[in-house]
Design a protein around this ligand. Structure first.
Ligand code: NAP
Ligand code: GLV
Length: 313
C-alpha cells in the first residue's frame, strides 16, 4: 500500500520512523507540491488543496488532530476537492483527553479559588483576602460532550462543583446534568459560572461564544475557549469583560494563530493566553491508532472516528 504524509512543522523523522515500524510493508513518502503519484492513504495536518485534488484512488485521509475544520474548509471553498471515495478520519483521543482534563481542572480551580485575582493583587503588593466562591453554586458548563468534552465533564465532578454539559444529541453521563439541541441551550447556560468550550468548529457553532451567550451566564462568569478561535466573537468578549458580565477568560485558540502581536488579549489583565497547546497531538499514540486503522481497512474491516462531512465533525 502507498501512503503520503504531510505536516509542515512536524518532526518528520519521528513520524516516518514510527509509521514505518508499525506498517513495515507500506510505501511511505512525504508529499511535496507536484506529487501526483498514486496513494491509498493520506496522513495530514492542514494540507493544501493540491494534495487532495485528482486523487480518486485515495481510500482514507487521516487527520493528525481531533478537529477537521481545516480540511473541511478546503472542501467548502472548492466543493469536490476531497476525493469522492475517501473516508475522512479524525484522531480519537490519543492522549488528548488527559491533556484537556488537566487544562480544564486548572482553570476551574484557578477561578474557584480566585488565584487569578490574587496574581493581580500580588503585582500591586496588596495583602487582601477575597471572599471565596461558593463551591455548590460554582456551576461549570461544558459545551460539547464528544471524545474530549465528555471526559472533561466527568473528571470535573471530582472538584465537587455542579457540572453541566451540552451537545447536539442527548447523552447520559453519571453526575453531569446534560442538555441537548438549540431548544435547551439557554437553560444550559443559565447561571453557569465557568463556560468551557469543546465544540467542533462548524457553520452551526461559529460565533457561539457571543454577547447573547455571555448574557445568559451568571454575572461575573468565566470563559475558557479550548476548541477553535472562530467560536468566539472577540469584540463581544472584550465588551463583556469591560462591563463585568465576564470576569475573566482563558483562551488557547484564536481567529489568527499565532495571535497577532498587537492583539488586545496579550495585555488584557483579565485574559490568559496559551498558544494552542491545550491538547497536543502525541506522536506515538497517534501512530499506533492510525496504523491500526489502516491495517483494519486493508483487511476490509470497519473503523471508528469517521467524520460525517455533512455534519462537519
Ligand atoms: P467530537 O468527539 O467530535 O465531539 C463534538 C461534540 O460537540 C459532540 O458532543 C457533539 O454533539 C457536539 N456538537 C457538535 N455540533 C454541535 C452543535 N451545533 N450544538 C451542540 N453540540 C454540538 O470532538 P472532540 O474530539 O471532543 O473535540 C472537540 C474539539 O476540540 C475539536 O473539534 C477541536 O476543534 C478542539 N480541539 C482543540 C485542541 C486544542 O489544543 N486546543 C485539541 C484537540 C481538539 P453530539 O455528541 O450530539 O454529536
Ligand atoms: C487540535 O487543535 C486538534 O484539533 O487536534
Amino acid at each position: 500500500m502507498k501512503i503520503i504524509f504531510y505536516e509542515q512543522n512536524a518532526d518528520l523523522d519521528g513520524w516516518l520512523g514510527g509509521l514505518r515500524r508499525e506498517l513495515p510493508d507500506a510505501e511511505l513518502r512525504v508529499w511535496t507540491p507536484g506529487d501526483t503519484a498514486p496513494a491509498d492513504y493520506a496522513i495530514v495536518w492542514r494540507a493544501p488543496r493540491e494534495l487532495f485534488a485528482n486523487r480518486p484512488d485515495l481510500k482514507a485521509v487521516f487527520n493528525l488532530g481531533a478537529g477537521v475544520d481545516a480540511i473541511l474548509d478546503v472542501e467548502r471553498q472548492q466543493p469536490g476537492t476531497l476525493p469522492p471515495n475517501a473516508q475522512l478520519v479524525r484522531l480519537e483521543d490519543t492522549g488528548m483527553s488527559q491533556q484537556m482534563i488537566e487544562y480544564a481542572v486548572y482553570c476551574v480551580l484557578r477561578y474557584l479559588r480566585r488565584f487569578d485575582e490574587y496574581d493581580l493583587l500580588q503585582r500591586e503588593g496588596r495583602w487582601k483576602k477575597l471572599e471565596q466562591h461558593a463551591r455548590e453554586s460554582f456551576t461549570v458548563g461544558v459545551l460539547g460532550l464528544g471524545v474530549l468534552g465528555a471526559e472533561v465533564a466527568r473528571r470535573l465532578l471530582a472538584l465537587g462543583v455542579p457540572v453541566r454539559g451540552y451537545s447536539r444529541s442527548p447523552k447520559d453521563i453519571a453526575g453531569v446534568q446534560v442538555y441537548a439541541g438549540h431548544e435547551q441551550f439557554d437553560t444550559f447556560l443559565d447561571t453557569v459560572q465557568v463556560l468551557i468550550n469543546l465544540l467542533p468548529h462548524t457553520p452551526d457553532t461559529e460565533g457561539i461564544l457571543n454577547a447573547r451567550t455571555f448574557g445568559r451566564l451568571a454575572r461575573g462568569a468565566y470563559v475558557v475557549n479550548l476548541a477553535r478561535g472562530p467560536h468566539l466573537v472577540d469584540a463581544d468578549l472584550l465588551a463583556a469583560l469591560d462591563s463585568g458580565q465576564i470576569a475573566a477568560a482563558t483562551l488557547d485558540v484564536f481567529h489568527a494563530e499565532p495571535l497577532p502581536q498587537d492583539h488586545p488579549y496579550w495585555t488584557h489583565p483579565r485574559v490568559s493566553v496559551t498558544p494552542h497547546i491545550a491538547a497536543e497531538t502525541l506522536q506515538r499514540e497517534s501512530i499506533v491508532q492510525i496504523a491500526g486503522k489502516i491495517r483494519a481497512l486493508a483487511r476490509g474491516e470497519p473503523i471508528s472516528g469517521i467524520v460525517d462531512i455533512g455534519r462537519g465533525y
